[in-house]
Design a binder for this molecule. Structure first.
Ligand code: 13P
Length: 282
């Protein structure tokens, strides 16, 4: 089917009280593996192109791959920009056919974040594309960007932000971090609940790798509707390559990596409970 918007898949997730995975894709095989998992488990999916892939010059190539995979798929697929760094980058993505863009102004002064997100939203909405914003910068390492501030979002800022900017999804910092957690993640569920009580757009949890299953379920119960996973998916793929490298058979290596990435993606889809139900996109 043609690409779907983030707005439409998150509306369906809100109805079913589930979350949709946003998987970062770095090469040709990872999105193919994710799609194999999505077809097997009948899950909508968000294929996410992040700054690492963009800095490696892969944006247009991956956009073509995602469009082709979506055309062949029987489940809804969103093509999404992760942690967009500027208005100009968002415009490039709109031109490349993305159906969802994130502008991450969480590290900017609040007023500046509001201003640029508004401009991004005006441009994206003019061509029917959804927007994700962020408040409370997510810590950890994301595509080689290191941010190690503790990232508890200010609820008053959430309230002001959603009254001033129209977005289809909002990422909030509640103690989550990108990359591998040192020890058990300390997620502030009361803070998440206070954000949800404001009746915001669907909330997004970044740094989905390494969060224990019970915490993921609790976050979904409170109102998280999109969960980003990058590190665990990459690691599964790379583990598959490493395990098979001794065979000196390139097809076997990629097949092994593909299988392990697909298994990881399917496990997350089942955990996020967005499976086995045909999702009706209006
Ligand atoms: P992880 O690498 O921790 O899964 O985080 C992914 C993410 O949030 C991408 O925006």
């Amino acid at each position: 089917m043609p690409l779907t918007t983030l707005k439409d898949v998150l509306a369906a997730a809100s109805q079913t009280r589930t979350a949709i995975p946003g998987f970062n894709i770095d090469n040709l095989e990872i999105p193919e593996a994710v799609m194999a998992a999505a077809e097997r488990s009948k899950s909508p999916v968000i294929l996410t192109i992040g700054q690492g892939a963009i800095n490696a010059g892969q944006m247009l190539y991956l956009a073509d791959v995602v469009r082709r995979l979506a055309d062949q798929s029987s489940v809804p697929v969103v093509m999404h920009l992760d942690h967009g760094v500027s208005y100009e980058q968002v415009i490039q993505c709109l031109r490349a056919g993305f159906t969802s863009v994130m502008f991450d102004g969480s590290h900017l002064p609040f007023e500046e974040n509001v201003k640029i997100t508004r401009e991004v939203a005006a441009a994206a909405h003019a061509v029917g594309v959804s927007v994700e914003a962020e408040l409370g910068a997510i810590g950890g390492v994301e595509d080689n960007l290191i941010r190690d501030n503790r990232n508890l979002v200010d609820v008053r800022e959430v309230e002001r932000f959603i009254s001033e900017v129209e977005v289809e999804a909002l990422a909030v910092g509640i103690g989550n971090a990108h990359g591998i957690y040192k020890g058990l993640p300390q997620l502030d569920f009361d803070l998440l609940q206070r954000c949800q009580d404001l009746n915001p757009p669907p909330l997004v949890l970044h740094g989905g790798s390494g969060i224990p299953d019970d915490m993921i379920r609790r976050a979904i119960r409170i109102g998280i509707r999109k969960i980003n996973v990058a590190t665990e998916l990459r690691n599964a793929f790379m583990h598959g390559l490493e395990e098979a490298v001794g065979k000196r058979d390139i097809y076997y290596m990629y097949r092994n990596a593909f299988d392990q990435a697909a298994a990881l993606a399917e496990k997350k889809m089942r955990l996020f409970q967005c499976v086995d139900e045909p999702v009706h996109i209006a």
